[in-house]
Design a protein. Structure first.
Lengths: 330, 316, 272
């Protein structure tokens, strides 16, 4: 009994202590400083945080598509169904990309190649992984277009002939073409108009449910997290500072940063005079502060926070927080 | 697409007319007496006057202009050379093949060697290939083609005796001229391709392509290159124009009888019909090359193609 | 600007350029011989203590001729590119700012000028204007002017449409003031790059013109002319053509490096 439960509960994707650095102009940027999280099959994990916190870097590290010359995965493990992706050969990694793991990119304006037709770009994704004839790939690509709500006849159109929202749908079609088991969606709706955002989010949710895909959704918008995600992990300065289920985090945000984020969102029915944004700016990734990275901005910071690195604490089952003042944080 | 081609072809006409007019007008105002050039110091004033009338020099500006335009356009007659009275048209026609061989060879060479060099440098950015080829490219852009020619002649002709230095009796005679004239263009293409590629390689759609599972090689040739070629083609036009101008000097240097060397002879001998004809023919060649480059550009970039195709544009 | 100074190759180019300019300016002082001092008995002597680069077919000291030759080349390069710059600024701003028919006419004229390959234009203009230093400067300015004017016009048109110009116009500022105070400063940077590259091109073209017998005439020494004169003797005395050529190459190279550096420093997006 225990064995079966263990197997069923074994995480689909587990990231352990991922450390990534970038070099730029002879400076070292500490982008990821020990990221660890778990994603179970069929669940959607939201990675939330400010711009520059390292969320996109996490996704690109999983796929190993970081810029070769400037990025360096210094340490950690990325276990997909038990297998460490960081140790795989490039050949094997290429087979996984697009087929088992797919990524939806943030800016639809630049994510598509302007000189190739959209149909060709989708078909290409299919042909890379399945040995089928051109005609079949074309048919499947047309199917994908229809699935995301675009007329299949537009197979031969070029990206510039589509609006932003439709371009993003093409990007989604391209990502889902090979029915991946894991989708990494990097702020898929941020670059779109508000009215289109909901449409695209709905579509993503629908497709995810249809294909039973696991998903990591990167966003800085907690509204999106609430709509689509099952679990959420808050990223700050390359670290996960709080994680848990969406219900738990929304009900009991425990880290001062998370609390600050919720405090700065206007909510209907709230009777306050001013929003309370978090003061200060995120730390410089070249020169991170000692101890807790958030301490310079934290209203509850004490000397204890500025010494040794803070460890993750499990508050309630599944709800983790990286802060030493949790009891007072409620 | 065809509308675009037609439009461009029609555009060539006024431009070439403009060039012809420009040349004619410029040379009209050059001091000097062609009659004197032809007859020499022993001629009497009467003889000179008679010659001027024969040459039509005594007529007014517009008469002469339209007569010349008429001759050239309607009868393809560029007149007679002041030196020897030979038919300029005939001479140009016999020299044209040599110029074409030289030109086309240089262009092909600069593209076939320059572009791969640039791609390679961009892909191996920061490595030895990159620094090495860019160093050579920098030198190439700074060395005057005629000097390259002289050095090549020094080494390969005079010292090693491998290749001939003057004349045009066979393909080997074109090798040194080809290399000399294309070196600068080649260097420029390499540099341009490299910077184009580098810019493209940092684009988002390249990351998308990799995320789909494409190998580096597939990404470079399937996605990066088509986009990088766009700025390269744009620059190629000017570069080819420079090479066309360079043929003038290279032909003189290597004693290849082409339109370029004909022009130089004309300039030095104040033989204006020759100069005018040579310039017009070379400008025509240039215009054709630019047209082809523009067409190529439109073929590669679908955004330009779309502007000129009849297909209805759909906005989603 | 700081970015420019950090760029090692651009700085190297600048230093080399300054050295060359200094040497040319000081030519009358440092040259051991006059550039026209003929010394037939000593002709074709190899580089030695007496003659740093040897002597040519007339016994003239090559080193001195190189120094004086620099003056011609640099004068042509700098003056023609400056003239082209000023001309382009004026024509480009007027065409770009006023648009419409003015722009159309100017662009058609530029079209015709640019329909001829650059070198051909220079040769023709040389033929028309005659040979000599100042004629060559004028001839070379015109070709450069055409390309630069177009670029300037492009910048002006882009800037003209931006909002701060609307603000100035709403303010009732005089049109010429707008051009002078707002448009010019912003469109200026690419023009500087153009001028530097144009200077390099001009020096190459001037050398080529002298090589074929146009442009600067003897006895004024010019690097291209030296190559032309030495042509017949390269079999036995190769140094006659190596030195002037290297001089041309170094000067043009320095200008190119400087131009590249300027372009990189002024364009924030570029990643080299």
């Amino acid at each position: 009994m225990a064995n079966e439960k263990a197997i069923m509960d074994a995480p689909f994707l587990e990231v352990r202590d991922l450390v990534v650095e970038y070099t730029s102009d002879e400076e070292v940027i500490h982008a990821l400083n020990g990221i660890s999280f778990v994603l179970r099959k069929g669940r959607t994990l939201g990675l939330a945080g400010e711009t520059g916190a390292g969320k996109t870097t996490i996704a690109k590290s999983i796929l190993r598509i970081l810029p070769e010359r400037s990025a360096f995965i210094k340490g950690g493990e990325v276990l997909l169904e038990g297998q460490d992706l960081l140790k795989l050969s490039e050949d094997k990694m290429q087979k996984l990309r697009g087929e088992k793991i797919a990524m939806i990119f943030q800016d639809p304006m630049t994510a598509l190649n302007p000189v190739l037709t959209v149909g060709k770009q989708i078909a290409e994704a299919i042909k890379l992984h399945y040995n089928i004839r051109k005609k079949e790939a074309k048919e499947q690509a047309i199917q994908m277009l229809e699935m995301v709500g675009i007329n299949g006849e537009r197979f031969g159109d070029y990206p510039h002939q589509f609006s932003g929202g439709m371009k993003q749908r093409v990007v989604i079609a391209m990502a889902l073409a090979c029915r991946p088991e894991l989708i990494l969606a990097d702020e898929p709706t941020t670059a779109l108009d508000v009215t289109i955002q909901m449409q695209v989010l709905d579509m993503i949710r629908r497709l995810r449910d249809e294909l039973n895909t696991s998903m990591i959704l990167i966003t800085h918008d907690f509204g999106v997290v609430a709509e689509v995600c099952d679990d959420v992990a808050v990223v700050y300065a390359g670290e996960i500072i709080e994680s848990g289920s969406v219900e738990e985090i929304f009900d009991n945000p425990s880290h001062p940063y998370t609390q600050g984020l919720f405090g700065s969102i206007p909510r209907i029915g709230m009777d306050i005079e001013r929003l309370s944004p978090i003061s200060g700016l995120p730390p410089n990734p070249v020169n991170l502060p000692k101890g807790c990275y958030f301490s310079p901005r934290c209203p509850k910071a004490t000397d204890e926070c500025k010494g040794d690195p803070i460890a993750m604490v499990e508050l309630t089952p599944g709800h983790f927080c990286r802060c030493c003042h949790i009891e007072e944080g409620r | 697409m065809w509308r675009y081609i037609l439009k461009r072809l029609l555009w060539m006409i006024p431009v070439l007319l403009g060039v012809t007019w420009l040349i004619f007008t410029l040379l009209y105002f050059v001091p000097g007496d062609p009659a004197y050039t032809i007859l020499g110091p022993t001629a009497t004033e009467g003889d000179l006057q008679a010659m001027r009338e024969t040459l039509g020099l005594t007529d007014g500006y517009f008469t002469r202009l339209f007569r010349y335009l008429g001759d050239v356009i309607l009868r393809f007659d560029f007149g007679k050379s002041y030196v020897g009275g030979t038919s300029v048209t005939a001479e140009i026609m016999s020299r044209l093949p040599n110029t074409l061989i030289l030109c086309l060879g240089c262009m092909l060479l600069s593209v076939i060697v320059g572009i791969p060099l640039g791609i390679n440098a961009a892909v191996h950015q920061g490595g030895l290939w990159d620094s090495g080829s860019m160093l050579i490219a920098l030198a190439g852009v700074s060395m005057p083609p005629f000097w390259v020619g002289l050095l090549l002649v020094l080494v390969f002709s005079l010292r090693l005796g491998w290749l001939p230095s003057v004349g045009y009796a066979g393909i080997t005679y074109f090798i040194l001229p080809w290399i000399s004239n294309s070196f600068q263009g080649l260097a420029l293409q390499a540099r341009q391709t490299r910077s184009g590629m580098l810019e493209v390689l940092s684009s988002d759609y390249i990351t998308t392509a990799r995320a789909k599972g494409m190998s580096k090689r597939q990404v470079i040739f399937g996605h990066a290159l088509p986009n990088a070629l766009i700025p390269v083609i744009t620059v190629a036009g000017t570069s080819l124009g420079n090479m066309l101008g360079g043929t003038v000097v290279i032909e003189s240097l290597f004693a290849i009888p082409g339109v370029g060397s004909y022009m130089i002879t004309g300039v030095n001998g104040r033989d204006y019909p020759v100069v005018m004809a040579s310039v017009i023919i070379l400008a025509l060649l240039f215009a054709i090359i630019m047209l082809l480059v523009d067409l190529l550009y439109a073929a590669v970039d679908p955004r330009i193609k779309a502007q000129y195709s009849a297909k209805r544009r759909v906005r989603g | 600007m700081k970015r420019l100074f950090k760029n090692k190759s651009a700085m190297a180019g600048l230093i080399v350029l300054v050295v060359i300019i200094l040497l040319s300016l000081l030519a009358p002082i440092i040259a051991p011989y006059g550039y026209a001092d003929i010394d037939i008995p000593n002709m074709f002597s190899s580089p030695s203590g007496q003659h740093l680069f040897g002597t040519d077919h007339m016994g003239r000291d090559i080193f001195s001729r190189i120094l004086y030759g620099g003056r011609a080349s640099l004068q042509i390069g700098i003056l023609s590119s400056l003239t082209a710059l000023v001309g382009a600024l004026i024509i480009g701003s007027v065409a770009g700012y006023f648009g419409g028919t003015t722009d159309n006419i100017m662009m058609r004229i530029l079209d015709v000028i640019q329909a001829m390959p650059g070198f051909l234009l220079s040769v023709t203009l040389s033929a028309v204007l005659g040979n000599g230093l100042y004629q060559t400067i004028v001839a070379l300015s015109i070709g450069n002017l055409a390309t630069s004017a177009r670029i300037m016009r492009g910048s002006v048109m882009t800037i003209r449409k931006s909002e701060y110009i609307d603000a100035a116009t709403a303010d009732n500022t005089n049109r010429f003031d707008i051009i002078r105070k707002h448009i010019l400063p912003n469109a200026f940077s690419p023009m500087i790059v153009q001028a530097t590259m144009g200077c390099a091109r001009a020096i190459l073209t001037a050398a080529t013109l002298s090589f074929i017998g146009l442009g600067v005439q003897p006895p004024t020494p010019e690097w291209g002319a030296m190559l032309s004169e030495g042509r017949s003797y390269i079999r036995d005395y190769p140094y006659i053509i190596t030195v002037p050529g290297i001089a041309i190459m170094l000067t043009v190279l320095a200008l190119n490096l400087l131009g590249d550096g300027l372009r990189d420093a002024l364009d924030p997006k570029q990643k080299r």
